[in-house]
Design a protein around this ligand. Structure first.
Ligand SMILES: NC(=O)c1ccc[n+]([C@@H]2O[C@H](COP(=O)([O-])OP(=O)(O)OC[C@H]3O[C@@H](n4cnc5c(N)ncnc54)[C@H](O)[C@@H]3O)[C@@H](O)[C@H]2O)c1
Length: 415
């Protein structure tokens, strides 16, 4: 029997909303019916974009409350900036309480919030409202990671023992909007922005398919952060010029490099290690995800820039800067990799298909706000470890009220 489509409303009309909308062309049983953004024109342009892809009769709304009050909207995809998470959630749940039919779900982009205190507020608001939640972590749904994980566990792990080392890195040359660079608004630097992907991915890869992530428990965390590029005077000046005066890395830098080693105890009593690294100081063709999973007699590797398609443009080819080959593209000439369907390759299609099905059928999705909270707890432990220059047992004390120095504008690189 054909299902009624799930009516989705988006909060935010920025970069990630566009990615999600594009991915919905490959998702059945969903319609994008609403967009809200504080900028009315951006909301209407994004609604026009969704309609142009035949994703529904998408309307731009004047407020979150208006959108959530509309019975045509059945689920919310929360894609606003990090510093508005709690405020956005408060408005969603207040309007949801007035509905005749309850919302079927709220899915929220990474990171769930800027710090543990805020993440707990987000979890609590949803719990009190009784709305099912989904934590949007696209990496776990990327077809390559998923296929690699299944094969490794079905063949290598089944016959020679579980994997013991997972490595993941996500790197590019820096975010597109000023708020990402501002520690107080974003919650930190690249560690908060991008290591959220890798810390969950390594735990997921090390977890036997079908078992919960809690079977691979983090027990010790060692982390390091640095400002390698963007606090150099010439780059700090360039950053202020392109991102505005509020982004001044001579006075208030955020880290543009972070690494962490996370030690896990598995439910079988064995030790496993996750090695994660991330940077905004990587200049290559564009965004690069690299992943490895290793066990006693096997290994898996993936590099998102090893695409099947490459183009070459000589120095005679002059053109505008763009991201038409790959996200966060750094060049339009030379030999360049092309990723034709990024919405699929990065996992957005599978991710949205999964959450639509879960909300439609009222079943528990693979990732909820609780998973998002756990990720924030690990990230904050990484900041604490980096600040103290030592390995910490997980969870350390005082996590709930902890705010990283970077987010308080007090971090001094190298100290
Ligand atoms: N999964 C991923 O790989 C990925 C990639 C990029 C961004 N993200 C996450 O998605 C979220 C949005 O990032 P983005 O790249 O789209 O940022 P962006 O700056 O491009 O867009 C943010 C959007 O939020 C809107 N906004 C402004 N004020 C708001 C408010 N008060 N309430 C709600 N929305 C408001 C803006 O108008 C804009 O449309 C962030 O939390 C970010 O971490 C995830």
């Amino acid at each position: 029997m054909k299902k009624e489509p799930l009516g989705i409303g988006f909060i935010g009309s920025g970069f990630i909303t566009r990615f999600h909308i594009q991915s919905f062309t490959a998702v059945r049983d969903a319609e994008i019916r609403g967009i809200w953004s504080p900028n009315r024109k951006h909301a209407s342009d994004t609604a026009t974009y969704a309609r142009s892809l035949d994703l529904g009769d998408t309307k731009a709304y004047d407020s979150i409350s208006d959108m959530v009050s509309d019975p045509d909207i059945e689920a919310i995809w929360l894609c606003g900036p990090n510093h508005k998470r709690v405020e956005n959630m408060e408005e969603i749940v207040a309007a949801a309480a007035q509905r005749m039919m309850p919302l079927k779900g709220i899915a929220c982009e990474k990171p769930l919030a800027r710090n543990v205190g805020e993440a707990r507020q987000v979890v609590e608001l949803a719990r009190k409202a009784g709305v099912p939640t989904g934590y949007l972590e696209s990496d776990l749904f990327a077809p390559s990671q998923d296929a690699g994980r299944r094969l490794i566990w079905a063949r290598g792990a089944a016959t020679t023992g579980r994997p013991y080392l997972a490595r993941a890195a996500e790197e590019h040359s820096g975010p597109h909007m000023p708020w990402f660079w501002q520690g107080d608004l974003q919650g930190g630097g690249v560690l908060n922005d991008m290591m959220c992907h890798s810390v969950l991915l390594v735990q997921h890869l090390l977890t036997r398919p079908g078992e919960p992530h809690s079977t691979v428990r983090p027990v010790r965390v060692t982390s390091h952060i640095a400002s390698l590029k963007w606090s150099r005077p010439e780059y700090a000046r360039l950053l202020s010029k392109t991102m505005g005066k509020k982004v001044d890395y001579r006075k208030h830098p955020s880290e543009d490099f972070a690494s962490a080693t996370i030690e896990y105890e598995t439910n079988e009593g064995t030790t496993a290690i996750g090695e994660v690294t991330t940077s905004w100081s990587f200049v290559g063709a564009g965004l690069r995800h690299t992943t490895e999973l290793l066990g006693p007699e096997y290994s898996m590797t993936h590099n998102s820039l090893d695409t099947g398609l490459r183009v070459f443009f000589s120095r005679e080819v002059k053109g505008k800067q763009g991201e038409d080959f790959v996200e966060k593209q750094n060049s339009e000439t030379g030999l360049m990799p092309v990723l034709p369907n990024e919405a699929s390759a990065y996992g957005y299609e599978n991710e949205n298909r999964h959450f639509v099905r879960a909300f439609q059928s009222a079943t528990l999705p693979e990732l909820t706000f609780e998973d998002g909270l756990e990720v924030v707890q690990i990230l904050m432990t990484c900041y604490q470890s980096a600040e103290q220059g030592k390995t910490l047992n997980y969870p350390p004390r005082g996590l709930d009220s902890y705010i990283p120095l970077v987010a308080r504008g007090k971090w001094k690189p190298g100290k």
